[in-house]
Design a protein around this ligand. Structure first.
Ligand code: GDP
Ligand code: MG
Length: 364
């Protein structure tokens, strides 16, 4: 032990005596005694753990909850649609309703998601995940969105990315609310939009269908509040629930390396509550949360179901679309991350050998 902490053995024996422990050079001492001695030398020690002895799998962390533990959670909404139809403008107009209604405003941090309060209920908006990111998340089986707002410009109608967005939402089996935007423009023709959308199975309620369509103008703000109320209505019908009282499970929606702050990631909590100082693991990256912020950039100490939080403290840059889990302690986090790293390495090797085989066959 003296060697391990790089101190003179006699000094260590003396300190032990000071603690009432009589020990010779080759005697064993308890970890707790060693810890106290180390402290005397102003050193910190930790138990050596064999990481591969820790059996921990995704199903242990992402387990199903009992029905009785579930509580209503806010809806998570994605705004989709063709380029220039007004996705960003609608998100801005939605945030403006907050400032107008006297909510503490300020500068919205870009963390990839934001929360809005309407009629005392919260809605979480994901900043349009580029369709690619969205597809990637889905490919990994991660479902981040509960409701899609499909923005269609009233003066332009259904366009290729409108159709793409419809297909994404259908594949993800999430309800679509159509926002017919740019209604302040004279050329806007909502009936034409509704007509075009029928070809894709979206029939407006006032035409006897079951798709909610709201006419809005991101520019003037007209209809934005109605749109938000419709989101709440659909959310209520879906009975979105999660158990807030368990170790958190979430999804990484954004991640980057920040020069000053290190690895930064935005997490959307899906189950449980994520706390500052929680040990977490995502993919092959692990760590302990060093600080947490909301979309206004304010420090927060916890984030419950559906809430986005920017976290600092991961060992590596996380990957968008990966799940993130809060775990009991550091060694569990590291064991899980190590295994994920190993798995990735194996997958790469298999891929490589497959490619080699393909090359071989091609040569035949
Ligand atoms: P995105 O590509 O879907 O995010 O579209 P943007 O929000 O960037 O909007 C594209 C253009 O349409 C911008 O020049 C906006 O100012 C304009 N725009 C967006 N919403 C409205 C609206 O309601 N009325 C009018 N007149 N212009 C709008
Ligand atoms: Mg945009």
């Amino acid at each position: 032990f003296a060697e391990k902490i790089d101190e003179n053995a006699n000094q260590v024996i003396m300190k032990l005596m000071g603690l009432g422990v009589m020990a010779g050079l080759n005697d064993q001492i308890e970890f707790e005694q060693a810890e106290l001695v180390a402290l005397e030398f102003n050193k910190e020690i930790a138990k050596e753990v064999k990481l591969d002895e820790i059996e921990i799998q995704e199903k242990d962390l992402d387990f199903e909850d009992d029905e009785k533990d579930l509580q209503t959670r806010p809806p998570v909404v994605s705004v989709m649609g063709h380029v220039d139809h007004g996705k960003t403008s609608i998100l801005d107009a939605i945030r403006d309703t907050q400032f107008a209604s006297g909510e503490a405003g300020g500068i919205t941090q870009h963390i990839g998601a934001s929360t809005v309060k309407i009629n005392d209920k919260e809605i979480v908006f994901l900043d349009t995940p580029g369709h690619e990111a969205f597809t990637q998340m889905r490919m990994r089986g991660a479902q981040s969105t509960d409701i899609a707002i499909l923005v269609v410009a009233g003066d332009d109608g259904v366009m290729p990315q409108t159709i793409e967005a419809i297909n994404h939402a259908k594949a993800a089996e999430i309800p679509i609310i159509v926002a017919i935007n740019k209604m302040d423009k004279e050329e806007s023709d909502p009936n034409r939009v509704k007509q075009e959308l029928t070809e894709y199975g979206l029939v407006s309620e006032d035409w006897g269908g079951d798709t909610i369509m709201v006419e809005v103008s991101a520019r003037t703000g007209d209809g934005i509040k109605d749109l938000l109320e419709m989101v709440l209505l659909v959310a209520e019908m879906r009975e979105l629930k999660a158990n807030p009282n368990r170790a958190a499970v979430g999804i990484i929606i954004e991640a980057q390396l920040d020069k000053a702050r290190g690895s930064v990631a935005t997490v959307l909590v899906q189950k449980g509550t994520l706390h500052d100082k929680d040990y977490v693991v995502t993919g092959s990256s692990s760590g302990r949360i060093r600080a947490m912020f909301n979309s206004k950039g304010e420090p927060i100490s916890e984030a419950g179901p559906s809430m986005p939080a920017q976290i600092l403290g991961l060992s590596d840059v996380a990957e968008a679309g990966d799940k993130i889990f809060a775990v009991e302690d550091e060694k569990t986090a590291r064991a899980y991350a190590d295994r994920a790293k190993e798995q990735k390495r194996e997958e790469r090797l298999i891929q490589k050998s497959n490619t080699n085989l393909e090359d071989m066959y091609e040569g035949i």
